[in-house]
Design a protein around this ligand. Structure first.
Ligand SMILES: Cc1cc2nc3c(=O)[nH]c(=O)nc-3n(C[C@H](O)[C@H](O)[C@H](O)COP(=O)(O)OP(=O)(O)OC[C@H]3O[C@@H](n4cnc5c(N)ncnc54)[C@H](O)[C@@H]3O)c2cc1C
Length: 518
């Protein structure tokens, strides 16, 4: 939404601008972001670009790229202030200064938040309003992009499917901002739409994808399932940042056994610690004791978490919160430069679907929203001087008939297939991996693929999602098999060491094999 607003503000748009979402506008991973957004603000004398770079590099376990981090960090102050002009705001103290908080692995307080613990929701509400009021932005809601129009390494538009059937949209610039893939896993903090569509669309169009093995598992999702959305509510790291402790059901704390920084150790370490404690005690969860923080501060700082937990009968001011790890964020994605350019002409990617090199093998908390807004700003800057006229519109009738003419003889229980995929991804391609688990996962994915038996056209939006989930899962497993080391969020019990090379893994359908490159 931010890139659309910036493009509408700056670029000459002879054919207009269309924003497509498969959900209602605003329904996204962004909406559920709690903790906040990193900003290296000029007024924050305790912080510096150098310090932010250092923290990001450390979290990224040798795969973050210095130039990218530097660019994003240096531009954060400018972009945050620009965001305010679209109605976004962040929590402030009585003097009107931003209140900055700290999360795990940050050296200083540098995280902006809004609505206490509802940063994403507040940003989304403001941007939705700005988009709806903007006459230059056309909007498609509840329509899914099922493929990119691509030929000879050029992208010239998208194929959209919705209640009215198929439609071809010709466009000189297509920006993928399709978010993450948590729904590939049995347990995830991501909402139902995070089915990894963008990775599959880009792969099918011939784009290069990078570091597909790196999935961040958050250590503290509320260990209660939301059946409707197949996800788990997040208990933000900021709760540990404010002093909450992890413990077993008897209140015995354990994090000091795993890392000197205890609860504020990097996410992958805390997630593995929680998992090990759960296995050891044969329990479905560990507990977070937030009562230490004190009632007044807890309710002021974490109103959303307090309210949600209460819905499940948990009073966070008195009770321990049952928590367990869950798939949360995807570090890999469509390889881009800082302007969002992919390896396919006319195709851009920003946000969680992209891989700019910022996060490396593990994301530093709250760096993702920052990456989203800086790259959204940059792609708009890049496009503002381009001729965006659509030169050779393709004849859509022929393309649509290709999708529309399919007949579906086999009846598929999509829910069962999706669940089988989620189970195998959680059990075999999760927090701990090895050759056997990964090879078995590949076998199971190919069985589900042949039962599903869809290639181009699918019968429903859910089927398209499953098609994309299968493609993306396969890319993850192949990349995980190929990386014979443990690094950041990728932990192999058969290759515990981190090697010295620090290479990215690249995959492209036209090249086939996964390549490791410096
Ligand atoms: C619970 C939770 C808490 C988080 N907390 C934080 C935090 O505090 N700080 C932080 O920095 N990060 C946080 N993150 C991560 C961060 O929110 C995401 O990385 C970021 O918001 C991703 O934004 P995005 O614009 O790339 O994608 P999204 O915000 O997910 O938007 C993707 C959009 O694309 C649409 N879409 C997808 N596929 C298709 C398709 N085929 N056709 C049409 N439309 C499609 C979706 O419907 C959606 O509207 C959190 C994530 C979660 C899930």
């Amino acid at each position: 939404m931010y890139s659309a607003l910036k493009i509408a503000q700056q670029a000459d748009l002879p054919d207009g601008l269309l924003l497509i979402t498969k959900s209602k506008l605003g329904e996204s991973n962004s909406y559920y972001a709690q903790g906040g957004m990193v900003a290296v603000l000029k007024e924050n004398k305790k912080d510096s670009v150098e310090s932010h770079i250092k923290d990001t590099i450390k979290a990224g376990a040798g795969l973050s790229e210095l130039d990218t981090i530097k660019f994003i960090s240096e531009n954060s102050d400018k972009v945050v202030h620009d965001l305010l002009t679209f109605g976004v705001d962040f929590d402030r103290d009585e003097d009107g200064n931003f209140t900055l908080t700290k999360e795990a692995a940050h050296s200083v307080n540098r995280i902006l938040h809004s609505g206490g613990d509802a940063t994403g929701r507040e940003i989304e509400i403001a941007l939705c309003k700005a988009v709806k009021e903007n006459k230059n932005i056309n909007l498609y809601e509840n329509k899914v992009v099922v493929d990119l129009l691509s030929e000879n390494n050029n992208c010239s538009g998208v194929i959209v499917y919705g209640d009215d059937g198929y439609e071809v949209i010709n466009s000189s610039a297509v920006i993928l901002a399709t978010g993450g893939l948590g729904q590939l896993y049995k347990y995830t903090t991501n909402p139902i739409g995070a089915t990894g569509d963008g990775f599959a669309l880009a792969y099918r169009a011939g784009a290069t994808l990078q570091d597909m093995e790196f999935i961040q598992f958050h250590p503290t999702a509320l260990a209660v399932d939301d059946e409707k959305n197949h996800n788990r509510f997040l208990i933000s790291e900021a709760v540990r940042g404010e002093g909450a402790k992890l413990c077993d059901k008897n209140g015995i704390e354990f994090m000091s056994k795993y890392h000197e920084k205890c609860e504020l150790a990097p996410r992958d370490i805390v997630a593995r610690a929680n998992f090990c404690e759960m296995e050891k005690n044969n329990e479905p969860c560990v507990y977070l004791n937030a009562t230490i923080i004190g009632k007044e501060k807890l309710l002021k700082r974490f109103p959303t978490i307090a309210k949600k937990c209460l819905e499940y009968g948990i009073d966070i001011t008195k009770d321990y919160i049952p928590v367990a790890p869950a798939a949360h964020y995807f570090m890999g994605g469509v390889k881009t430069n800082i302007k969002g350019e992919t390896s396919v002409n006319g195709l851009y990617a920003i946000g969680e679907v992209s891989s700019t090199g910022l996060h490396g093998a593990n994301r530093l908390a709250s760096n993702s929203l920052l990456e989203c807004v800086v790259c959204a700003y940059e792609v708009a800057e890049f496009l503002k001087n381009k001729n965006l006229e659509c030169k050779n519109p393709v004849d859509f009738k022929e393309i649509v008939s290709h999708y529309d003419s399919q007949e579906f003889f086999t009846k598929i229980d999509i829910t069962v297939l999706k669940q089988r995929l989620r189970d195998i991804m959680w059990n075999n391609v999760g927090i701990f991996r090895n050759e056997k688990l990964l090879t078995d996962a590949l076998d199971e994915i190919s069985k589900i693929k042949s039962e599903f038996n869809r290639e181009y056209g699918c019968a429903t939006i859910e089927e398209y999602e499953l098609r994309n989930m299968l493609i993306t899962s396969e890319l993850i497993v192949k990349s995980a098999l190929n990386r014979k080391e443990s690094r950041g969020a990728h932990y192999r019990t058969d290759y515990l060491e981190t090697d010295n090379h620090g290479e990215h893994s690249l995959i492209n359908k036209n090249i086939g094999e996964i390549n490791l490159v410096k």
